[in-house]
Design a protein around this ligand. Structure first.
Ligand SMILES: Cc1cc2nc3c(=O)[nH]c(=O)nc-3n(C[C@H](O)[C@H](O)[C@H](O)COP(=O)(O)OP(=O)(O)OC[C@H]3O[C@@H](n4cnc5c(N)ncnc54)[C@H](O)[C@@H]3O)c2cc1C
Length: 481
């Protein structure tokens, strides 16, 4: 912990980038009494709100509605059947179709409203916002080219937070054109569902969009360079999801690296590294992101960048330049809005002398918003094996959970990892509809070093999906010798 400058009221903080890394930091810094200016070139909320998290999860909400209707027939629900005893013409449930223009209009309206809310909150808290392109001029000065034109503005700072995020990586030689060759930021301009969507990249972003468009009724081909979708995620979860994707009619091309994409007379052709060509109406390129760290004076200010372009930071978000902090996707710690926000808050607590708990990435809960969702927290099985750690594990399929049976849910499971002697919960995986809501008890267990018995002894509602979490914990109980 350290405080820079004896008078906190006088501490001037300039934040470059108004995404979750930046705006959360701004709020904390104001609360701690600093003068705060946020420089943002696009809009408050950053990519998280305007093009990434909020739009994708809003689109996925529409897709989720479609996948939940899959269970209807099993529950005895029939579509298009008149209700008994009523006038059939007025009460027949219509067939379902997706109006993508309406879905996307809602997506963009929600993103804009969220951005406006953040702007209003920052204004209320007394944070100064400057719209424009910023760059460092040494470690203690930010120069802004205002969005509306006019002279550059120089802002002197006692500390600078760099939270400039990242932009979509494109296929070499195949720039996105916003019409047929698309990045995830360009999807929301589509007025009609694509006839045949090729999704290149089977990481989290590729899997989420492939699943969503498939559920909305689009013929989707997912091009994956690896053996299975979601490489790096829990293998059982990824295998289950790939099976669900295939069962919904998605084509998954494994071990197929995309080399390039080009427009054809009425669509696109994606060429694979082995020479095969996949044709479609549109291609979504989801092959990762490039940190927006080049050309903004970072290295000149003494900030070390990794070869990937990410800012090198420590656990309290300090860079190699004194007084310069960095948070979020530009650091490459973990590309999650929650992590960006936490790093931003920690940076401000550190620079302004408040109590700081260094970031613990092993406690981060994450979710993949596919159907079913995949939520994880703590150590993964791959990490435990790689570290040679001792662990025990147990899994319960969702199909054995009474509430899941009543709801007609089949695909999913709950899995826990625990230490074999101390019984401490080391990590967990939940694959289920709304797994993002179910992971929290496991997150509490991992964060607070609870044992499987602590988890098992807590009451769960009967019947409930979370009952499976306690049940798996009971399966890992270590009997007293
Ligand atoms: C499709 C998709 C879905 C996602 N879904 C989730 C999810 O569900 N949950 C989750 O936790 N994470 C999700 N993420 C990740 C999440 O979007 C990022 O981790 C998060 O946006 C990082 O926040 P940030 O503040 O670092 O950057 P950003 O949100 O990218 O904000 C950075 C801001 O800095 C601005 N900027 C950059 N350079 C300059 C400059 N020179 N001058 C002025 N301004 C500048 C940019 O305009 C941008 O607005 C998703 C990502 C993608 C791509």
């Amino acid at each position: 912990m350290s405080a820079q400058g004896p008078d906190l009221q006088a501490t001037r903080i300039v934040i470059l980038g108004g995404g979750p890394g930046g705006y959360e930091a701004a709020l904390v810094a104001r609360r701690l009494g600093a003068e705060v200016t946020v420089v943002e070139r696009q809009g408050l909320g950053g990519s998280a709100v305007l093009t990434d998290v909020v739009p994708s999860k809003t689109l996925i909400a529409a897709a989720e509605w479609m996948t939940s209707t899959e269970r209807a027939a099993g529950l005895g629900i029939r579509f298009g059947v008149p209700r008994t005893g009523a006038d059939a013409a007025e009460t027949t449930v219509p067939g379902i179709s997706v109006d993508l223009a309406a879905v996307n209009q809602r997506v963009m309206a929600l993103a804009a409203a969220q951005s406006a809310d953040i702007r209003a909150r920052l204004d209320r808290e007394g944070v100064v916002t400057i719209l424009g392109e910023g760059r460092l001029d040494g470690p203690r000065r930010v120069v802004v080219r205002p969005a509306g034109g006019g002279d550059d503005v120089a802002l002197d700072a006692d500390a600078v937070l760099v939270s400039v995020g990242a932009t979509p990586r494109e296929l070499p030689g195949s720039p996105a054109d916003g019409e047929r060759i698309l990045t995830w930021t360009q999807l929301y301009a589509l007025q009609e569902l694509p006839e045949k969507l090729i999704v290149v990249g089977s990481g989290v972003t590729g899997a989420e969009f492939a699943g969503a468009y498939n559920a909305l009724g689009v013929d989707v081909t997912l091009v994956s360079s690896r053996d299975r979708v979601l490489p790096g995620e829990d293998a059982d979860a990824a295998e289950l999801l790939e099976g669900v994707f295939r069962s919904r009619g998605m084509t998954v091309l494994s071990r197929s690296r995309a080399a390039g994409a080009e427009r054809t007379a009425d669509g696109v052709a994606v060429t694979l590294a082995d020479g095969r060509v996949v044709e479609g109406s549109h291609v979504l390129v989801a092959v990762g992101a490039i940190p927006s760290t080049r050309g903004i004076g970072l290295e000149e200010a003494g900030v070390t960048l990794a070869p990937s372009g990410h800012v090198v930071v420590d656990k309290v978000a300090r860079t190699t330049a004194r007084g310069v902090y960095a948070a979020g996707d530009c650091t490459g710690v973990l590309p999650l809005a929650s992590v960006a926000a936490m790093q931003g808050r920690i940076a401000m607590q550190h620079v302004l002398g408040d109590a700081v708990r260094p970031i613990r990435v092993q406690d981060v809960a994450a979710n993949i918003f596919t159907s079913p969702e995949i939520a994880t927290v703590g150590k993964s099985e791959v990490a435990l094996q790689a570290a040679g750690s001792k662990y025990v594990t147990a899994t319960l399929p969702l199909s054995r959970n009474p509430r899941a049976k009543m709801l007609g849910m089949r695909d999913g499971f709950v899995k826990l990892f625990a230490h074999p002697e101390a019984s401490v919960v080391l990590g967990g995986v939940v694959v289920a509809p709304r797994a993002s809501e179910l992971i929290f008890p496991i997150t509490l267990a991992v964060s607070h070093r609870l044992t499987v018995d602590d988890v098992a002894e807590a009451f769960t509602v009967y019947p409930s999906l979370s009952g499976s979490i306690a049940e798996v914990a009971r399966m890992l109980h270590h009997p007293v010798d």
